[in-house]
Design a protein around this ligand. Structure first.
Ligand code: ADP
Length: 350
């Protein structure tokens, strides 16, 4: 599923965050990545989602080299990330936060409703659908962030210090949830130096980093000798290629220079970010109109704080809410009491 082959990452300031690291993760594994703060755990995650390019070595995802892999949006749908500080959007309620990646992908409304309902059930937050992040406990916020990471049905979840801000009991709950997600078929990488987590997962395969070097792998897997080049045939994330990118697409099936690939990846990254920003703006407007004015049937009726906070936000958007109410009357979000037949962790390829 994931291979790091003698990967080194040196930043411009000379810091070597990851040094000559090799490992292979098989599909369905749960793997701990440990090491003190600054040992390179987050850098490994960023290399895997191509937020950073390796300075040396090569990374493979599903046996494809990431060196010339240009389908960044697809890659990031397939690798969900959970952060220590949750990174929820404060202006969006729980439902909207989980729905956002699906809205950005342009999923059908009915599919979004069904998926978000299932995910809320999975993380046991069905009765918090309309609550805003500021009203959630740390553990609840982390569960929302896990649900959001799962929204696009990723093959892999990389949880980066997911319990860093939580008490031991809540950490236990989050780890159980990640284990359950793993048991349902998702490959899970869990970066942590939290003693509570390490104690809970004593028998789990552990990659131990120290100053960027992999010092222990408790269950090392043999690296394959052959891997395929990037699958540039599937350009689902891309606009039709210019003659330049056609050329690089052709040559990338051989092996282009890392510098050229880095430049291409950066350009593609820049463009993706710009497109994404525009799409997020549009989707946020739609989401606000659709959900702010409505309330799933089983939201706690007696939660005064929650209700008044919702009201406050609703007042701000009163005019647009009133305008949109008539439009959305027939598309009420599925009540969170509706019974999903099965938790939709395994969902179709998006
Ligand atoms: P961990 O997640 O284990 O705490 P990191 O991967 O965040 O470690 O960091 C590893 C090392 O790389 C640290 O010394 C950190 O300061 C450095 N580092 C991380 N990101 C950058 C960056 N963008 N530029 C320069 N140095 C960085």
């Amino acid at each position: 599923m994931i291979t790091f082959k003698t990967v080194t990452k040196e930043f411009g300031n000379g810091t070597v965050a990851v040094k000559d690291v090799s490992f292979l993760i098989e599909p369905g594994e749960l793997t701990l990545i440990t090491g003190p703060s600054g040992s390179g755990k987050t850098t490994l995650m960023k290399l895997l989602i191509k937020e950073h390019q390796p300075s040396a070595g090569e990374i493979f995802f599903k046996d494809q080299s990431l060196t010339s892999y240009r389908q960044l949006a697809k890659l990031r749908r397939e690798i969900g990330v959970v952060f220590q500080d949750y990174k929820l959007l404060d202006e969006l309620n729980v439902w909207e936060n989980i729905a956002l990646p699906l809205q950005i992908m342009g999923q059908k409304q009915s599919e979004i409703e069904s998926r978000v309902t299932d995910l809320l059930q999975l993380v046991e937050l069905a009765d918090h659908a309309l609550v805003f992040p500021s009203q959630l406990s740390g553990g609840e916020a982390q569960r929302v962030s896990i649900a959001r990471a799962l929204a696009t049905a990723p093959k892999v979840i990389f949880a980066d210090e997911p319990t860093g801000n939580l008490d031991p009991q809540t950490s236990n709950h989050i780890i159980k949830l990640l284990k359950k997600i793993n048991e349902l078929g998702t490959t899970v990488l869990l970066a942590t130096h939290d003693a509570v987590v390490l104690d809970l997962l004593k028998k789990t395969r552990t990659l131990n980093l120290d100053q960027g070097e992999l010092v222990t792998d408790t269950d090392p897997k043999k690296l394959k000798t052959t891997y395929t080049a990037s699958d540039d045939q599937d350009n689902s994330d891309q606009k039709p290629s210019s003659s330049k990118s056609k050329t690089s697409s052709k040559t990338s099936s051989k092996k282009t220079s890392v510098d050229q690939d880095d430049a291409d990846a950066k350009n593609s990254d820049k463009k993706n970010k710009k497109d994404k920003k525009t799409r997020i703006g549009q989707k946020l407007t739609q989401l606000t109109k659709l959900f702010r004015t409505q309330k799933p049937a089983n939201v706690k009726a007696n939660d005064q704080d929650q209700q008044s906070a919702n009201k406050k936000t609703t007042t701000k958007t009163k005019k647009s809410a009133t305008d949109s109410q008539s439009k959305t009357k027939n598309s009420t979000p599925k009540s969170t009491t509706d019974k999903p037949t099965k938790v939709a962790v395994k969902v179709e390829e998006l």
